[in-house]
Design a protein around this ligand. Structure first.
Ligand code: CDP
Length: 207
């Protein structure tokens, strides 16, 4: 079974994707980490983030062992990821890795922005996770503060709004629900309630 989960920044899809993977015994891939890793490696190499040829080359050479690097989870890396993510050659370089992961024999939960539309258009279940901009900014702020980063709520709110606008308006693979995606609004749902709602939805689709 392949579950495609898309949605804007801090909508809760990361937490949910991990829990769903463990609930159904599936593999889990956070594709945002791939874009964040491209941004990290470009910055480390002193490259401009709009250098498409260098970014595509960097994308082809990502070391999967480095995708858990806590340095990927900063607000600055999220912004930088969004810049490299709009480059068509970068997306093309990363799509095969994502599809290969999806083809794993045990199945997978794959989360990102274009999983249901581009990476896995034939996924068994597609969920588009939403939450109000205010709730998402609050969640991300709490997460970053807990990780020891010193950043104001207002700054996070502005950054998330700017990143979502960029992700939604880009020409290639914009953030948009697939036509056959099920919408799940987690604004008023805690972690457990969101998991329950997602499991109910998935079970109703696959049974
Ligand atoms: O965790 P959060 O939702 O804030 O972001 P993320 O999923 O780590 O993604 C970081 C950035 O990578 C996004 O803002 C997108 O620009 C880009 N991305 C993408 O374009 N396509 C994906 N499948 C996943 C992420």
């Amino acid at each position: 079974m392949i579950i495609a989960m898309d949605g804007p920044a801090a909508s809760g899809k990361g937490t949910l994707a991990k829990q769903l993977a463990s609930h159904y015994g599936l593999g889990h891939l956070d594709t945002g980490a791939l874009y964040r890793a491209v941004a990290r490696d470009m910055l480390a190499g002193g490259r401009d983030l709009d250098d498409e040829v260098a970014a595509a080359q960097t994308a082809r050479n990502i070391d999967p062992e480095t995708l858990e690097d806590p340095g990927l989870r900063t607000a600055a890396m999220g912004e930088a990821a969004s810049l490299v993510a709009k480059l068509p050659q970068v997306r093309e370089a990363l799509v095969e890795y994502q599809r290969a992961f999806a083809r794993r024999p045990g199945g997978a939960v794959i989360e990102g922005r274009d999983i249901g539309t581009v990476v896995c258009p034939d996924a068994d279940v597609k969920i588009f996770v939403e939450a109000s901009a205010q709730v998402r900014a609050k969640r991300r702020h709490k997460e970053l503060i807990e990780a020891g980063q010193d950043i104001a709520y207002e700054e996070i709110h502005a950054q998330i709004a700017a990143r979502d606008a960029l992700d939604r308006s880009r020409a290639v693979s914009p953030l948009v629900p697939a036509q056959d995606a099920h919408l799940l609004d987690t604004s008023d749902l805690g972690i457990e309630a969101a998991l329950k709602a997602a499991v109910k939805l998935i079970d109703s689709v696959i049974r």
